[in-house]
Ligand binder design. Structure first.
Ligand SMILES: CCCCC/C=C\C/C=C\CCC/C=C/C(=O)SCCNC(=O)CCNC(=O)[C@H](O)C(C)(C)COP(=O)(O)OP(=O)(O)OC[C@H]1O[C@@H](n2cnc3c(N)ncnc32)[C@H](O)[C@@H]1OP(=O)(O)O
Length: 292
């Protein structure tokens, strides 16, 4: 059933899918992988585990986003799968969020193309018909947090270094309205107001308290917990769960869908400002110097 899916992917022509491969796994399910997105299917259970693999920090570059979008489309259209576990293959990092290099020193056409891909991944994840469980096994700032927020359930590994939140203001930038909407829907208006203004990154105990995640478990139990949560969600008849999900999320998604082009223009003019470029460059430089 495709109640929510079926929108067109608008992406740059000619983006390579790298070494994409489709083979049959031991249980007969198709196993497909690209350079940076590993998919481990369990056809019998109807679950695919997506492992993000864009080292060192799973930053969401245009190519990585494109591979992820294509992968999600394939899974959405494959009736074998009813649920996705979203996790990382990079030790200690779920995702560092949007790739700062895509937003620095490029031209307006590039910024527009990049932002369209960011919108698309959010819409694909947020409106998926499948059950999405995030198994957050690492740090998850900004765009990394946003991906987790699109999921139906979030399990975070219990490690104080694995902080999660929308920290955009710390970079001198602003979380767009649809990031904000997704956060408000998750933790409520007051907590989101404070978290967004201060750019808070919550360690696990606080993330659980504020409702940013649903469960915190020891790191070695993250996958088994995600599987057990998934089986609970998959016990609900698909049509009832999907219609309910649509009812809960449609207005938030429509808010962006209705003004997608204007949102792209806003992003391009905001990110092109000299002062914003300067802030991002300083932030990137600080990240690089941290090691030395
Ligand atoms: C009213 C008008 C409104 C208009 C509004 C319109 C639009 C809104 C405008 C903009 C919205 C933009 C929304 C942005 C969302 C984002 O996601 S921005 C990205 C935010 N991410 C971060 O702040 C995370 C930064 N990274 C870290 O904190 C750490 O790297 C870490 C993830 C905790 C991992 O730490 P560690 O393991 O120690 O690794 P390193 O720090 O050493 O990093 C390794 C290398 O990776 C590079 N890197 C890290 N993060 C990024 C990134 N996000 N993008 C690109 N590259 C990244 C880092 O520089 C290191 O590189 P080198 O090895 O030194 O080359």
């Amino acid at each position: 059933m495709a109640l929510l899916a079926g929108r067109t992917v608008l992406l740059r022509a000619g983006v390579r899918l790298g070494a994409e491969a489709a083979t049959r796994g031991g249980n007969g399910a198709r196993r497909f992988a690209s350079h940076r997105v590993l998919v481990e299917p369990d056809a019998a259970a109807g679950i695919a585990t997506i492992k993000l693999k864009n080292p060192p920090v799973n930053s969401l570059s245009l190519e990585f986003l494109t591979e992820l979008i294509i992968c999600l489309e394939k899974l959405e259209n494959d009736k074998t799968f009813r649920g996705i576990i979203l996790t990382s293959d990079c030790p200690g990092i779920f995702s560092a969020g949007l790739d700062l290099r895509e937003m620095c020193g490029k031209n307006p056409a590039h910024y527009a193309e990049y932002w369209r891909a960011v919108q698309e991944i959010w819409l694909k994840l947020y409106l998926s018909n499948m059950v999405l469980v995030a198994a957050i096994n690492g740090a998850s700032p900004a765009g990394g947090c946003l991906m987790a927020l699109t999921c139906d359930y979030r399990v975070l590994a219990d490690n104080p270094r694995y902080r999660i939140g929308l920290n955009e203001t710390l970079l001198g930038i602003i979380a767009p309205f649809w990031f904000k909407d997704n956060l408000v829907n998750t933790i409520g208006h007051r907590a989101a107001d404070r978290a967004l203004q201060l750019g808070l990154l919550f360690p696990p105990t606080e993330a659980l308290q504020v409702g940013m995640v649903d469960q915190v478990v020891p790191e070695d139990q993250i996958h088994s917990t995600a599987l057990s949560v998934m089986s609970q969600w998959l016990a609900i008849p698909d049509h009832a769960r999907q219609l309910t999900k649509s009812m809960m999320r449609k207005a938030t998604a429509d808010h962006l869908i209705k003004q997608r082009e204007a949102d792209i223009q806003n992003f391009v003019s905001f990110i092109s400002k000299d002062s914003i470029q300067k802030s991002l460059q300083v932030y990137l430089e600080k990240l690089k110097q941290k090691k030395h």
